[in-house]
Design a binder for this molecule. Structure first.
Ligand code: FAD
Ligand code: SIN
Length: 536
């Protein structure tokens, strides 16, 4: 079946929905999302969204904090416009119905949280479930608009390129290919549809599931990056994986984050024997930048042989904790941890991907009519390390800029319509060995955790590369022999992303921000103050 739309949006997180709401004024919008529409990383965001909204704060301070965290790799022009456009985008979110927490006793003022690396309190939040509140409000808004249609359980498989449709095997490097839409797996009807669009926006989020231990939900399998890379788009900085220092450590808790805002309100990291350790590593102690804290925990765990460290908030009273961190408080309680009495066991976990599909300041990728916004994109905002709570901000600022750019391009975008061939399933048959998929998933995630984790070395990266080559070949053979399933598609994408992370990590022969290699422990600004760019 062919479905026509002006704008195809892949993903229903903050980037996708905020673009869809805006773009609906200029044409029809199809938002496809691979599970139910709420299910996104956005939905799990806790700490909040950073923006200068207080008279005690300034754009220069927010810009300075972002650049410092980014360790010399941020694009300063991007940092400047994101920070200065933030208050306008926040006002829109509020206008669309997002309810941020207000100061107790002063209902006219928003309560501002503090997180690592921020020199001021500037994080707007909805208690400790900011993402859920944002998703709720934006989904309500999008669903109320006649021009937006949301397709749930629709999984994008591959982008449709003009060169392929015209039967050209490849284009000369200087020639830009054009995106005509995407082939999409309609999971409920077990069918592959063609979505033809004038403009396609990738808003498919990150790739935390490539690691064994992650704060990310199951949807984060890097599909957008893999699709863009297969289509020939530029991808960059995949080595910069942010590990969040405090993921709940409990055998029954899957991927539950303990927000940095808890440390922002005074929680202290301690060893299992009760000794605080962060003063050895940074003057800001437990509230040092994330890369420093995650590495410090990694070192301490290796030294002590312990399985976790502790996050101690027992000096704050129960009533305060229940009001400020209701989600975290209740979840911990489910596992028998009363955070007003017991320190919380935590470990670092893969959390955020700073790299992604290369875009310019308007979200344009290297492929014509293909845009990217949110975690899938590499915009230059985060450089080598993202400042906490700058990600939700990047989603809204870039969604807005993408919309503005598309609005400019719209008048010249109607032209000859190429017939797009239906998806070819070939001779694929039902698999009788689905267990292979599960094993390969597990193997990739363990391999990445063990060899491409918080601390890397040439030897570990070499090992990862060899293992990934074998697994990738196996997945490739399987992919072309058997009928498509959601797990198989995600596994294929995960393997692409894992290979890209390894490739970028091997290219960067220094340590900077989130990338630490024991064989090159120093930062080398003379040669490496640049992005690691890869292309198929
Ligand atoms: P997402 O919100 O991840 O949305 C991606 C969408 O794409 C989903 O709907 C998904 O189903 C869909 N999708 C993916 N692949 C396909 C496909 N092939 N076909 C169809 N649909 C597809 N950042 C902050 O700034 N502040 C915070 O407080 C904060 N807290 C966080 C807490 C947690 C636990 C985590 C994991 C991250 C947190 N982050 C935070 C990071 C931030 O939440 C994300 O970077 C951001 O929400 C990404 O938004 P997005 O719109 O780019 O992608
Ligand atoms: C958190 O609440 O600690 C997550 C914030 C972020 O990732 O920006």
């Amino acid at each position: 079946m062919e479905i026509r739309t002006d704008f195809l949006v892949i993903g229903s997180g903050l980037a996708g929905l905020s673009f869809a709401i805006k773009a609906s004024r200029f044409g029809s919008v199809a938002v496809i999302t691979k599970k139910n529409a709420m299910e996104s990383t956005t939905n799990y965001a806790q700490g909040g969204i950073a923006a200068v909204t207080d008279s005690d704060d300034s754009f220069d301070l927010h810009i300075g904090d972002t650049l410092r965290a980014g360790a010399g790799l941020c694009r300063e022009d991007v940092v400047r416009f994101v920070v200065s456009e933030a208050p306008g985008r926040i006002a829109e979110l509020i206008d669309w119905g997002v309810e941020f927490s207000r100061k107790s006793g002063i209902p006219s003022a928003y309560d501002l949280g503090k997180e690592g690396g921020h020199s001021r309190r500037r994080v707007l939040h909805a208690a400790d479930s900011t993402g859920r509140e944002i998703e709720r409000a934006l989904l309500d808004k999008a669903q109320s608009l006649g021009n937006v249609r949301i397709y749930e359980n629709f999984l994008a498989i591959d982008l449709i390129r003009e060169s392929k449709v015209r039967g050209r095997a490849s284009l000369p490097r200087e020639e830009r290919d054009r995106c005509l839409g995407a082939y999409v797996f309609d999971i409920d009807n077990d069918r592959i549809d063609t979505f033809r669009a004038r403009f396609t926006v990738l808003a498919s989020g990150g790739a935390g599931k490539v690691y064994l231990i992650t704060t990310n939900p199951d949807i984060a399998t890097g599909d957008g990056i893999a699709m863009a890379w297969r289509a020939g788009a530029l991808v960059a900085n995949m080595e910069f994986i942010q590990f969040h220092p405090t993921c709940l450590y409990h055998p029954e808790a899957k991927s539950f984050l303990i927000s940095e805002a808890v440390r922002g309100e005074g929680a202290v990291l301690k060893l299992k024997n009760g000794t605080p350790f962060m003063e050895k590593y940074h003057p800001l102690k437990s509230l040092a930048p994330r890369d420093v804290v995650a590495r410090a925990i990694d070192i301490e765990l290796k030294k002590s042989g312990d399985d976790c460290v502790l996050l101690d908030m027992t000096h704050r009273d129960r009533g305060y904790l229940m009001e400020r961190f209701p989600t975290i408080f209740n979840r911990c309680l489910q596992y028998g941890i009363d955070m007003s009495r017991d320190p919380i066991p935590v470990v670092p976990a893969a959390h955020y991907l700073c790299g992604g599909v290369v875009v310019n300041g308007h979200g344009e990728t290297s492929i014509d009519r293909l845009f990217a916004a949110g975690e899938v994109a590499c915009t230059g905002l985060h450089g080598a390390n993202r400042l906490a709570s700058n990600s939700l901000l990047e989603c809204v600022v870039f969604a807005h800029r993408v919309c503005e750019r598309i609005r400019e391009l719209l008048p010249g975008s109607a032209e000859e319509e190429l017939p797009i061939p239906d998806w070819q399933s070939g001779s694929a048959t039902e698999s009788d060995e689905s267990i292979v998929i599960e094993h390969n998933w597990d193997e990739i995630r363990r391999c990445m955790w063990n060899y491409v984790g918080i601390v890397r070395s040439n030897k570990r990266l070499e090992r990862a590369k060899k293992r990934m080559e074998l697994i990738t070949q196996e997945i490739h053979d399987y992919y072309w022999s058997f009928k498509i399933t959601r797990d198989l598609l995600e596994l294929r994408n995960l393997s692409v992303v894992a290979n890209l992370i390894v490739a970028c990590a091997m290219m960067r022969k220094e340590s900077r921000g989130l990338h630490f290699n024991l064989d090159y422990p120093d930062r080398d600004d003379r040669y490496w103050q640049r992005d690691t760019i890869v292309r198929r």
